[in-house]
Ligand binder design. Structure first.
Ligand code: HEM
Ligand code: CA
Length: 369
């Protein structure tokens, strides 16, 4: 209302000024001044319109989110996501499973808010999954926030990964809604969010410290971080995204304990990985009985088994698998989860739920009924 009155008042002033210019102000300088004034008023009006539009869109979004999503809606969305996951099969693998779980993780760094900063190299590769999910989200965007939808996609991907898989973990994470998107969703315009030291050159302090400060997983319970990192049982690394290459285990679409079993049982040697820009990073390459298994571990994974620091600026450790000490804080959990899927499942569920509710009080989230 206030905006409308201001607009009318400004319009009247313009008309008076034009009238004065045309009747009395014949002098060139005066016409010029009036034209300048007219231009600046036009700009002000355009800005004002923009403000009004953005305010209205904010209000309608708040209205949308105020309506609760139902269990029936969620079932429909899950079906849409599952169809989408199954639609992309590359050599028998379903890469969207890993892509959606990684997206769910990255969105919760700094609070799960439906926003990913694609200028942050740590998020390389996520753009394609965001775009792919937009097609499905477009059908449901009136029902829930993008932040909720991405978490539903992650949970659904975990379910698909465990379907018809007896050796898989089935964490059955409860979906909760109520997350709010940041203003520029799905883009992010704030300060750069922090990931563990250079995404992979991490040691145990980086890894456990990161999970404690970012997701509130207490340092005194390292089993939660060990269980959560078992998500690397899914998917793979990409040379042109992170600078690493290969998958952690041979079952990229299955969330099974091979990740922990390989970490313990394979022979791991450090190998240089060089991307197109010539950046060098070290990773651990697996072999068994003298043969390469085409699998890899990041320092962030290997440090759960061995004390690998100090590492140099490229992530090369001073010790080898044989002469690095066992990691006292975490190796027992790697050993436990390698053989006890129920123990992994319980800890994973607890840690994953904490991660995916980062930034929210219990009272802000609800289980759709
Ligand atoms: C210390 C913490 C972590 C580090 C340093 C780390 C690092 C990485 C790196 C470097 C990649 C490869 C990206 C690429 O080249 O495409 C990756 C992929 C992946 N990460 Fe992590 N990660 C961490 C924690 C997690 C967590 C907590 C989850 C989920 C709960 C997760 C799930 C995944 C998945 C599923 C992929 C495979 C993505 C694909 O196949 O496209 N990561 N991670
Ligand atoms: Ca696997």
């Amino acid at each position: 209302m206030q905006h409308t009155c201001t607009c009318i008042a400004i319009a009247i002033i313009i008309l008076i000024l034009i009238y004065l210019a045309e009747t009395n102000g014949k002098k060139h300088g005066c016409v010029e001044a009036i034209n300048d004034l007219r231009k600046s008023i036009h700009e002000d009006l355009t800005n004002m319109k923009k403000e009004i539009r953005s305010e209205l869109s904010k209000r309608s979004k708040q209205g949308k989110n105020a309506k609760k999503v139902t269990a029936k809606d969620v079932r429909k969305m899950r079906a849409g996501i599952i169809e989408h996951i199954n639609a992309k099969n590359i050599s028998g693998e379903l890469p969207r499973i890993a892509g959606f779980v990684r997206l769910a993780f990255h969105d919760c760094v700094g609070g799960c808010d439906g926003c990913i900063d694609l200028d942050n190299e740590e998020n390389n590769g996520l753009g394609e999954y965001i775009e792919e999910l937009e097609d499905v989200y477009a059908r449901f965007s009136r029902k829930l926030s993008r932040a909720d939808f991405w978490q539903l996609a992650g949970i659904t991907a975990l379910v698909v990964s465990g379907t018809d898989c007896r050796s898989c973990m089935h964490p059955d994470v409860q979906f909760m809604a109520g997350r709010k998107d940041c203003a520029a969703s799905p883009e992010y315009a704030g300060e750069m969010r922090k990931f563990p030291n250079n995404g992979g050159h991490a040691d145990i302090d980086d890894v456990l410290g990161f999970f404690e400060t970012t997701f509130g997983l207490p340092r005194s319970r390292p089993e939660l971080a060990v269980a959560l990192l078992g998500a690397h049982s899914l998917g793979r690394t990409h040379l042109n995204d992170s600078g690493f290459q290969g998958s952690w285990d041979s079952t990229q679409s299955k969330i099974d304990a091979l990740y922990y079993q390989d970490l313990l049982n394979l022979k791991w040697t450090q190998q240089e990985s060089k991307n197109n820009e010539g950046d060098v990073k070290f990773q651990w390459s697996g072999s068994f009985a003298g043969r390469s298994t085409n699998t890899m571990m990041l320092n962030a994974d290997m440090c759960l088994r061995k004390v690998i620091n100090p590492v140099d600026k490229n992530g090369h450790s001073a010790c080898t698998l044989n002469n690095c000490r066992d990691q006292p804080e975490t190796i027992k959990y790697v050993e436990l989860f390698a053989v006890n899927i129920t123990a992994w499942e319980q800890h994973f569920k607890e840690a994953y739920t904490k991660m995916t509710t980062t930034g929210y009080e219990k009272s802000q989230l609800y289980v759709p009924v």
